[in-house]
Write a protein that binds this ligand. Sequence first.
Ligand code: ADP
Length: 477
Amino acid sequence: MLLKVRSWIILGYLVSLGMLLLLGVLVFIDLGWVKTRLDHVEAADDLTAIVLDVRRGEKNYLLYRDAGDREEVGRGLDRLDGAAASLESAIDRVPGAAPVSELARSRAEYRAAWESLVTILAADPRQAIGAPDVEKAVERTREAGRLLQETTREVSSRERVRIADILRDSRVLLILAFLLTTGMAVAIGYAVSSRIVSPLRRLEETTKRVARGDFSPVPPGVEPGELESLVRAFNLMTKEIESRQEQLVQARKLASVGTLTSGVAHELNNPLSNILTTVQRLREEEADLSPEERDRLLHVAERETGRATEIVRKLLDFAREHPAERTIQDVSRLVAEAVELVRNQAAIQGVDCEVRVPAGVPGVLVARGEIKQVLVNLFLNAIQAMPRGGTLRVEAHRGPDSFVEIAVCDTGTGIPPEHLDRVFDPFFTTKGVREGSGLGLSVSYGIVRRHGGTILVRSEVGKGSAFTVRLPAGERG
Ligand code: ADP
């Protein structure tokens, strides 16, 4: 299923938003944990302070046997019990907790050791330090005190380590979120690029091809919804332009046929008057003619009819819509056929035609009818540019880069420099309304471009012009 571009963008936004929310929640939870652990550290530090107080009281009591010190130790132990109980239950609820059971055990052990020491000393207040059971009780109390001190410190430092762990996890989480977001951005970018940019690029390339006269459609690809209909509309438009172009080419050709007609009529005159004279002689002198002479006259009539038919056939062949199929064409034949079509037009205006196509010029891969039309257009323009006669020279040779060049040169009026880069524009004409449409060169240029070639022009006012048609060689010369 193809998603529309809009759906892609909405999906991208939703996924990014979801990831941001998830990240926010995770960071929020982590910060909560850090706060809880900090509370634990604070409580454990309080415990350490109380234990230090208790131990100071213990030391003083052992030194001075003062009842005040003993009571202070008792009060300290009560405070320790209260604070430790709340810390222990708080820590117990937390996963990965510090060893609170050890704290409870060492607290109980210290209290028991202290109470037994106090009991021994209270039973016989004169008992001096040094008596073995007193020494044992003192040692036990000190040992339990040290253990208690270490345990409270241990709780505090374990909670600190946990805080460091949480902070490290958060950092990893942030890095992961960054990598994921970047990955998402790259993935969405790639999706957008492959589904939007690449079809657009294909459209752009096709536009350039259409401008060069190649009307093949946009190659198929995987387009999202909107672009698919755009590509379809574009291909439809290209097809429409192509058919208009064909109509234009045909219309322009018929216009050339109109121009050629006067020449053709002139050319037809000869065979027709020959036929007429022959038929008249046959009718008038029928009785006097020997069978050989009659035969000869009939033969003349037949030959001249054939000539007239040939002239009409050439014109019709030119006017006909030819298939645009491209085949390798011999350049000298192509040029000769086109010159043949305008020869009479040229003769009427006193224009000599010179054709120079040396042997060895490679053939060109072209649609014969189209290129013949291009040549006829160029020839008619040249003839029209020589109202007082001149020379139409057509030369062909192998050009650089596997191209064949056909140059059409005249000795006519020439083209002023300010018109030179406009002559290929559609509807540009310097001729009268009924003489020129301004489409000849534009249509010819379109045809040659579609064949992968080009038309170049050089001209000098008063001396003449040269139009060079460059076509890719199709070899087989
Ligand atoms: P049209 O012949 O109908 O005017 P074209 O497109 O064939 O249209 O030619 C455009 C213009 O280019 C002509 O009107 C003319 O001014 C100029 N032109 C073309 N070929 C020649 C030439 N061989 N000599 C002088 N001017 C030319």
